[in-house]
Design a protein around this ligand. Structure first.
Ligand code: HAM
Length: 412
C-alpha cells in the first residue's frame, strides 16, 4: 500500500529536512519577539465557509463525523486564529505577535509545489493598525528566508494593497458587491488567458489591464518600502499591484514571496485582515490583524535549487545527526559495566549509542564512524579502565572508569 496522492512519507532523511526548516522558522520568529501557539487540526466546516473565500472552500477535506457534525481538516490557520482571539482576546495585552508551525490539508490537484498536505509557518500580529506592524511583518518574512542562506538575488517579496484596487473600483462607480469577484479575477489574471480575465472584468478590463501594465501608484506602499529600506531590506521587495491574493478576508496590504528566477509557485503569502475577527465573532470582538504563512514544499524545492542554501542545510543536518559517543563493547563480560555507564552518560545529555547484541569490534568502530561519533569508548581487557578514542584524530587514552565522566566533560 502507498500513501494517498498528495501525501508524503517522511523517512529519516526527509524528516531531517523538515526539522531543519522548522528549527530555522522557530528560531527567527522567536528572535523577533513572536511567541508560539497552536490550534486543532480539525474544525467545524462553517469556520471556513463563513469567510475564507470560494477557492479554499472547494479544496476542503471535509466530512460528517460520528456525532453528525460537519467538520473539515484545516486548510489554513487564519480562521482558527480569529476564532481563538474572539474567545480569549481579553487575556492578552495588545499588540500580540504569535507564530505557529503545523500541517494543513487542501484537496488540490497535485502538481509541482502543491500537495494535499503541507506544513506552514504562520506569523501574525494582532491588535495594531499602524503601518509599523506591516513593515515588521514583511521584515520578519525576509529575515526568515535570509536565515536559510537566501539573498536578494534569490527571492523577492511582491507587495500590494487591496485598498489601491477598492479605491479604483470606487472611482469607477463599481458597486461594493462586485469587488470580491473582481479581486479574484485580478488575482488569477497572471495565471489565466487574457480573454478569460477580460470576460470576468467586463467594462473594467481595459483600465485594469492598463494599470497592471503601468503599475499603480500608492503612497502607503511607498511608505512601506521606505520603512523596509530604513532596515536595509529595500532590495528584497518590489511593489506589484497585480498581487491581490486569493483569500477573501484581506483588507489592506497584501504580499507574496516568489523566487527571482520565477521557477516556482509562491513561497509565502499574507496580508492585513482587519475585519475577519469581527466577522467571525458576529461583531462581538473587533481587532485589526495581519499575518503571513510560509509553506515547506516550495521552500524545500528552492533550498535544493540554490547552492548556498543547500550547503547551509547540508551542514546543519550533518551536525545535528551526529552522536557524541559510541560505546564499543570489546568483551561481552563488560556489557553490564558499559550499560551502567551508558545510562550515566545519557543522563548527562550526551548522545550515546552502542550495539544491542554481540558484534565484531571492527563493525562497532565502523558504526561509530557512520554515526559521526566524536569519541568511541572501549570496554574490554583494560577494565576498570576505559579507553577513549578521539574519532577525528585517532588519539587514544586510558582513564579509570570512575573518572570517565569528568574526563569526557573536558574532551567533548
Ligand atoms: P496561502 O497563500 O493560501 O495563505 O498559503 C501560504 C503558503 O502556503 C503558500 O505561499 C504556499 O507556500 C503554501 N501552500 C499553500 N497551499 C499549499 C499546497 N497545497 N501545497 C503546498 N504548499 C502550499 C494562507 O494560508 C493564509 N492563511 C496566510 C495568512 C496568515 N494570512 C494571514 N495570516
Amino acid at each position: 500500500m502507498q500513501a494517498l496522492p498528495g501525501f508524503r512519507d517522511f523517512l529519516p532523511d526527509q524528516c531531517a529536512v523538515r526539522n531543519y526548516i522548522f528549527e530555522r522558522w522557530r528560531k527567527v520568529a522567536r528572535r523577533c519577539g513572536f511567541v508560539e501557539w497552536e490550534g486543532p487540526p480539525l474544525e467545524a466546516t462553517e469556520l471556513y465557509t463563513k469567510k475564507s473565500g470560494a477557492e479554499i472552500v472547494e479544496q476542503l477535506f471535509n466530512f460528517t463525523d460520528k456525532g453528525e457534525r460537519e467538520v473539515a481538516l484545516r486548510p489554513e490557520l487564519t480562521p482558527t486564529l480569529a476564532r481563538v482571539l474572539a474567545a480569549h482576546e481579553r487575556e492578552f495585552k495588545k499588540p500580540l505577535k504569535w507564530f505557529s508551525i503545523g500541517q494543513f490539508f487542501r484537496y488540490e490537484k497535485q502538481q509541482r509545489g502543491r500537495l494535499r498536505e503541507h506544513f506552514q509557518l504562520n506569523c501574525d500580529i494582532i491588535g495594531e493598525k499602524d503601518l509599523a506592524a506591516d513593515i515588521e511583518l514583511v521584515a520578519l518574512c525576509i529575515d526568515i528566508l535570509r536565515a536559510f542562506g537566501f539573498t536578494e538575488n534569490d527571492f523577492v517579496v511582491r507587495i500590494s494593497d487591496r485598498g489601491f484596487w477598492t479605491d479604483f473600483f470606487r472611482d469607477n462607480n463599481v458597486p461594493a458587491e462586485r469587488w470580491g469577484d473582481l479581486l479574484q479575477a485580478i488575482d488569477k489574471s497572471a495565471r489565466e488567458p487574457r480573454e478569460k480575465t477580460a470576460k470576468k472584468l467586463g467594462n473594467l478590463a481595459d483600465p485594469v489591464f492598463a494599470t497592471l501594465k503601468s503599475g499603480g501608484k500608492s503612497a502607503k506602499l511607498e511608505q512601506l518600502v521606505d520603512g523596509l529600506g530604513a532596515r536595509g531590506l529595500a532590495n528584497f521587495v518590489a511593489i506589484d499591484v497585480g498581487i491581490v491574493r486569493g483569500l477573501a478576508y484581506y483588507t489592506g496590504i497584501v504580499f507574496e514571496v516568489f523566487d527571482r528566477a520565477g521557477n516556482f509557485r509562491a513561497i509565502a503569502g499574507g496580508g492585513r485582515y482587519d475585519n475577519l475577527i469581527a466577522q467571525l465573532s458576529d461583531g462581538a470582538v473587533s481587532l485589526p490583524a495581519l499575518g503571513f504563512a510560509m509553506g515547506d514544499v516550495v521552500l524545500g524545492e528552492l533550498i535544493n535549487e540554490i547552492p548556498q542554501a543547500h550547503e547551509e542545510m547540508r551542514k546543519a543536518i550533518a551536525n545535528d545527526s551526529k552522536i557524541d559517543i559510541y560505546v564499543v563493547i570489546a568483551k561481552e563480560q563488560r556489557r553490564g559495566d558499559a550499560l551502567a555507564q551508558i545510562q550515566q552518560l545519557r543522563d548527562r545529555g550526551y548522545r550515546t549509542d552502542y550495539p544491542l547484541t554481540p558484534t565484531k569490534v571492527a563493525r562497532q568502530f565502523q558504526a561509530a564512524e557512520d554515526l559521526g561519533a566524536r569519541v568511541a569508548l572501549l570496554y574490554g581487557d583494560e577494565w576498570p579502565q576505559v579507553k577513549i578514542k578521539n574519532m577525528a584524530t585517532a588519539q587514544q587514552e586510558l582513564v579509570a572508569c570512575d573518572r570517565l565522566v569528568v574526563r569526557l566533560a573536558e574532551v567533548l
